[in-house]
Design a protein around this ligand. Structure first.
Ligand SMILES: [Fe+2]
Ligand SMILES: [Fe+2]
Length: 203
């Protein structure tokens, strides 16, 4: 194994059940839990974060906490710009679970800048870039098709969705992510292009 997986003797894994419990508590408290940002999304983002993090030598403890808590704010507001609110909700959680003080700011930074309201320059740490990318590519591939349809179909045009997909792809921070997700990008683009052709101009 490379990266931090072995040099920290998998010590970061102890946070998974703790964070999982906290996520469940926070989602229960939230007024309008968003189904496309629920636990299945978190687990997919985590798998990608760990793959990217292993390749690029990221700190897994920071990554895992950031992944579990990055969308807390999304269950309060239906807004793409929910990173700041998520960070606000995550702070007391980190306190409650006695997360190492020295890594808290890095977790909160990654959460704060994971949404579209932040620019690529705002993402100053490897972990924040990895979280951003892993989160964005969860809207590609077969799962991406399902998420776009659940979230936007009937409310937005197919052109809106195609433009949104391209904007996410162009905004990815790491070449490594593009390599990992190219097939998924091609799949969702061709799916919605074909859907538009078959449904006609009103789609
Ligand atoms: Fe988010
Ligand atoms: Fe997310």
């Amino acid at each position: 194994m490379e990266g931090n997986m072995d040099n920290k003797t998998n010590h970061w894994q102890q946070w998974i059940p703790v964070l999982e419990k906290e996520l469940a508590i926070e989602m229960q408290k939230a007024p309008s839990p968003s189904e496309v940002h629920a636990k299945d999304h978190i687990l997919r983002v985590m798998r990608r974060c760990l793959r990217l993090g292993e390749k690029l030598g990221a700190d897994f403890e920071i990554l895992v906490a950031a992944v579990y808590l990055h969308d807390l704010g999304r269950h309060y507001i239906d807004d793409k710009a929910h990173g700041a609110l998520s960070a606000l909700k995550a702070e007391p959680v980190l306190e409650r679970i006695h997360f190492p003080q020295e890594n808290r700011e890095a977790v909160l930074h990654a959460i704060r800048v994971h949404d579209v309201s932040a620019t690529s320059e705002d993402r100053t740490t490897l972990e924040s870039k990895i979280l951003y990318d892993a989160d964005k590519v969860d809207t590609l591939g077969v799962v991406g098709v399902l998420r776009y349809i659940r979230h936007f179909y009937g409310r937005k045009s197919i052109d809106y969705m195609l433009d949104d997909i391209d904007a996410r792809w162009d905004g990815l921070a790491l070449d490594e992510t593009r390599k990992l997700a190219l097939q998924d990008y091609n799949y969702i683009k061709s799916y919605f292009t074909r859907l538009k052709e078959e449904l006609g101009t009103d789609a």
